[in-house]
Design a protein around this ligand. Structure first.
Ligand code: TYD
Ligand code: MG
Length: 444
């Protein structure tokens, strides 16, 4: 297939230009113009369209897809029941989080049950990939590997090998020699992923595409690829901590609610199936510690929220949030100050979810508020460990969140009889009184 000259297009508004600009002439945004390859359409495609015959959806044949199990239960669950043949799955996460480990393990498991697999490493040499595989066990050592960054060679290899499942690690280091941009630039990443998408669909190869996300979330990678791929999985956690969570941000073949919990060990990632039990048993009974009954997709998960309130060292005071959303923390602090008389304006405030787990839902508000109040007053929550969930409204009211019964049931299952939630108290003040005075509401 021949190549025509490349064109430039704005990744924000789509405006095309014949040359690169720092600022888009269409929408005026800066640094949005990227190079795009335009391949001439074959002549046969230019003969004008022919009218198609629409068919009722009920008559459309939809063969049940046979999903491939990766042998990692938590990963299969997040994918919606295993890998769909011919799908393109992007696994994003910060460097060192374990993307290469989980993809190597999955390929090893697939190879062990006789699936054809291929690991394409652009970041590490084959020897480095082998060293990792040695930690993961015999199955991982059976995975065929090539170390290559040239997209043309990568595509040719996939075409020749016809694996059922292929890992490309990572999309940022592949480059298309037909484009001038450097590897990792928006134009390159988009083109490379587009080409992999076509091979995946045409050859029925499930491709796991690894992509790095930087701390700031600024990367030419996952962001620009989200619309293109079938699934976007995000691997989160802190490199220094043992726990990692895997969640689906987009899934054409399943729900985006599922989360898998893993622990990084000496010999690879271990699935944590009884995460609630672990987190509850590790929870301290000290002031500032509250167990949050979170929902991770369809699964309730108990995690420990810890807060520390200390005299301010610098102006402005510090607000550090690990595992909870920073802006939610700001909101909880404002509501505490305005509606519960707890003003922390001259204190440094730290909140974190133990174990490095991230909790995105607003249902965390009440647990964060209780942990803060308990830390600020230096009193341990009533009947510690105290469990809580619920969203805080701007007027100090408590708002209901999804699945209260399952959250309460999970707490009771692990021996937590004190659960504060919107169904047991009205208003933040009442919740704080109950949670910190020893009269916490009994779970109904
Ligand atoms: P890696 O999968 O290489 O991360 P990524 O591909 O996301 O950059 O693994 C990251 C870290 O995990 C690395 O610092 C080493 C550690 N690790 C273990 O602790 N145990 C293991 O069995 C393996 C393979 C890695
Ligand atoms: Mg890696």
């Amino acid at each position: 297939m021949g190549r025509s000259a490349t064109v430039f297009a704005c990744s924000a508004c789509g405006q095309e230009t014949p040359k690169w600009h720092g600022r888009c002439p269409g929408c005026g945004d800066w640094n949005t113009i990227v190079e795009e390859a335009r391949r001439p359409a074959p002549d046969s495609a230019r003969k004008g369209g022919r009218a198609l015959k629409p068919i009722p959806l009920g008559d459309v044949e939809a063969p049940a897809v046979q999903r491939l199990s990766t042998g990692i239960g938590e990963l299969d669950r997040v994918l919606g029941g295993g890998l769909v043949p011919g799908s393109l799955v992007l696994i994003g996460g910060s460097p060192g989080i374990g993307k290469s480990t989980i993809t190597s393990t999955a390929l090893g498991n697939l190879a062990a049950v006789g699936r054809r697999v291929l690991y394409i490493s652009g970041e590490e040499s084959a020897a480095q990939v082998r060293l990792r595989a040695e930690r993961l066990g015999d199955a991982a050592l059976r995975v065929p590997v090539v170390a290559e960054t040239d997209a043309d060679s990568v595509i040719a290899t996939i075409e020749a090998e016809r694996p059922e499942v292929c890992v490309v690690d990572s999309v940022q280091v592949l480059y298309d020699p037909g484009l001038s941009g450097s590897p990792g630039s928006v134009g390159q990443v988009r083109e490379v992923a587009g080409r992999l998408m076509r091979v995946a669909k045409e050859r029925g190869v499930a491709i796991l595409l690894v992509g790095h996300v930087t701390k700031e979330g600024s990367l030419a990678g996952p962001r620009v690829l989200e619309h293109l791929v079938d699934c976007v999985l995000s691997f989160e956690g802190e490199r220094e901590r043992t726990y990692r969570t895997l969640r689906a941000l987009k899934n054409r073949f399943g729900s985006t609610n599922e989360t898998g919990v893993f622990e990084m060990r000496e010999n690879g990632l271990a699935e944590v199936e009884d995460a609630s039990r672990r987190f509850v048993s590790e929870a301290t009974r000290a002031p500032g510690s509250v167990v949050l009954c979170a929902m991770e997709g369809s699964r309730p998960l108990l995690v420990e929220v810890q807060a520390l309130v200390a005299p301010m060292e610098l102006v402005p005071p510090r607000r550090v949030a690990n595992g909870v959303d920073r802006s939610r923390l700001a909101l909880v602090l404002a509501v505490l100050s305005r509606h519960a008389g707890l003003t922390l304006g001259s204190s440094d405030v730290f909140v974190s979810v133990a174990g490095g787990v991230r909790v995105e839902e607003p249902g965390a508000d009440l647990a964060v508020a209780l942990a803060l109040a308990s830390a600020a007053r230096g009193v341990e929550p009533a009947g510690a460990p105290l469990a809580a969930f619920g969203e805080l409204g701007l007027t100090g009211e408590m708002r209901h969140v999804a699945h209260p019964d399952r959250r309460v049931a999970e707490a009771r299952k692990f021996g937590l009889s004190h659960v504060l939630h919107p169904g047991t108290t009205d208003g933040l003040r009442a919740a704080l009184t109950a949670g910190l005075s020893g009269s916490a509401a009994r779970a109904a």
